[in-house]
Structures are given as C-alpha cells and as structure tokens.
Ligand binder design. Sequence first.
Ligand code: ADP
Length: 420
Amino acid sequence: MTTNERIDHLERLLELVRGLSTAPDLESFLHTIINEAIELTNSELASILEYDEIAEELRFAAMHWYERDLLRPVGVPLDGSAAGWVFRRGQPLIIQDAKLDKRHFKVVDRVTRHDTHSLAAVPLMVRGEVVGVLEALNKKDEAHYTEEDLTILETLGALAAQAMKTANLQGKVRATSIELAELERLKSDFIAITSHELRTPLGLILGHATFLRELSGEQYGDQLDTIIRNATKLKEIVENLTDVDNFQTGAARIRSQRVSLAKIVKDVVLTFKDEAGTKNITLECETGESPFYMTADDGKLSVAMSNLIKNALQFTEVGGHVKVSVQEDAGHYKVCITDDGIGIPARDLPRVFERFFQVESHLTRHYGGMGLGLSVAKAMIELHGGRIWVDSAEGKGSTFTFLLPVEHAQHVPVTSPFIK
Ligand code: ADP
C-alpha cells in the first residue's frame, strides 16, 4: 500500500470515528461501515451479523440494500458457517476458496442468488465480549485477502461493535425507564385506591368500637381496647397514605400561622415519652430558651417530627439514646433527630426518602412500617420550603436533620415534591 493510500485510509477511518457520535441512527452508521469495508478491502460485498441471544444464532444487522429483504429473515447458525466459526472463537478468518470450504454457509448464497468465492471475516468485540461478525466477500480482480484486509476489517469492526453496544445499552435504558415509570404509576394508583377505600370502613370500626367501649365498661374492656389500639395503628397508616396521595395529586396545602417550633417539637417529643420508657430509651429534647417563632403549618410539621422520632425509637435497641434538638442556623431553624441505633447501610442512604423504601426486605423484616414515613416527612418539610437529609453509619446510629427557612413564604409551593 502506498503512503498516499494509507493517508486516505486513515482519513476515512477518522471520518467514521466522528460518525460514531453524529450518525442519525445505528442502521445508517453500520451501513457506512460496510460501504467502507467494501471499498477499503476492494470487495464486492460486506455485511454485519449480530448475535441473537434468544434464537442463539447470527442475524444480519447490515447488508447491501438489495439484499436487505432477502437476508433479514435468515438466521446464520453458529455451527456450519464461517461467521459462526469467527463468532465462537473470537478470531478472524480468511477463506480463499469458499466453494471448497465446509465452513461457508451456502444457504445465504442460495437466498441471494449470489456466488461467494472468497471471504474475510472478523469478530466484533467490545471489552472482550464478541457481539457479532463483520464479513467482506469476493475480493475483486481475483486477488486474495491479506492480513492487511483483516486489519482494516478489525478497525471497522471495533467501531461497529462500539456503536452496536451503545445502541443496545440505550435500548435497555429506554426500556428500564418505561418500566420504572409504569412502576411509579402503579405505586401512585395503589396509594390513591387504598387510602380512599380504607378510610371509611376504618372510621366506622373505630367509631363503633369506641362507642361499645364506653357502653360496656370493664366487661370486654381488654378486647375492645385491643380493637381500638390496632384500628388506630391502621388509621395512622391510612393517614400516611392519604398524605402521600395529597402530595401526588397536588392537593396538599399548608395552612400557615405563627407557631413556635420549640413548642411543636416539645409536644411531639412528649407523645413518645411512654414508648421510649417502655424500651428503656433515653429520649432527650434540647430546644434552649428560644421559642423559634415562624410561619408554618404546625400539623404538618408535627407529622414530619413524629415520623422521624418514631423511626429513631423503632431502630434503636433497648437502653439506647435519642436526642431531638432545635437551633438557629444562618437564616434557618435546624432540627436534628439523633439516635445511636442500628444505622443505615451507606448503599441505602440515597433511597431512604423514597416511597415504600425499607432497608430490610419486607419478607424478612423484624420491624413494622410501610416505608412511607420518611417520604411523608420529606414532603412536609419541602412544602415549607425546607430540606431534609440523613447522616448515618451502620451499627452506630443516624441523624436526620431538616432546615426550615425562618421567614417562610406565606404561599404554598405550586409543585409537589412527589410530582417529578
Ligand atoms: P417505615 O415506616 O418502614 O419505617 P420510613 O419511610 O419511615 O418507613 O423509613 C424507611 C426505612 O429507612 C426504614 O424501613 C428503615 O429501614 C430506614 N430508617 C428510617 N429511619 C431510620 C433510623 N433512625 N435508623 C435506622 N434506619 C432507619
């Protein structure tokens, strides 16, 4: 090959490399590759075959336009074909006389009414994985294929393989994001339906059980208390679901008024004193002297606080410590809920605020809950223009921190944190 020819080859290859990112689609890029393969190896035809995992055979991914309809349905077996030989071994192959070589798959010639007399084929490899084969057929002027032809085909093949792999990955990403969107929709529907359908019957059970409890006095008192206690637990779950549903649909509104954050925190902590006592957990509240006045929806902040303290108590062993503190921090009020409980594995930290996320699988879990508490707390905080995060070390404990702007804007944010 002359120096000028080499320069021409290199320029054409560079053009192809540029095409990797600019080609409109995979098919047109692969087409350019086979055209270059034909010209640079002085062949009559070229084609690219891709491995079909389901059929376990090779299929034509790029071929000359007049062969397209004929070759699309043809499967090339891994045994009994030159392409299969190259694919299986991951090695290049030259056949100078296809008529005599058993590895040549004659079916393709029959289908296309074409006569193959010589071929050169290389594997398409991405990071050691063979994804297909590039073939050039019938070297012109009755010449023989050479090592140089194989080198050219290998370079073209590497570009084709990269493009095929990228397209494959893009396809998978697209399919996964469609699946995820569908899963999100199912979650939202599930939340909307359950919260709606459970609320009324549960209200009736609680109402009647409470009525019977008052009527019956001590007779059946224990049984009725059990019914009321468990129905109240269910009611909390339904309320969480309803909150989530309201955020999803954008129906959540905050009713702001002037409140003392210190008082909200102290009141919520007080409601957990008994529970902490039962588990012998020291529950401390550190608010200092300041009332921490702000404009906020105290009901929603109480729910957020409750969910965080409930978790801290739930995921802390008997004899542990939970501390809640409030302080002012650069135009924000900062609330921290710290425990020395089981902590959260680093890999799960980014997901703990997702709806229904739980560190333990629900099949093997030791703890109750639906995986909604943190997503509700996050939504409540974000509705106030605040933000929440967690620092945690497995086996050592967790600190959930949220910041609320001191001068909270009066109007409700238009977007819900659940609407992506
Ligand atoms: P759940 O109602 O299941 O507790 P949450 O949304 O409140 O749901 O919490 C999600 C998950 O995050 C919990 O199941 C738990 O695995 C983990 N988690 C939350 N808070 C803590 C904490 N203080 N310590 C350890 N793990 C926690």
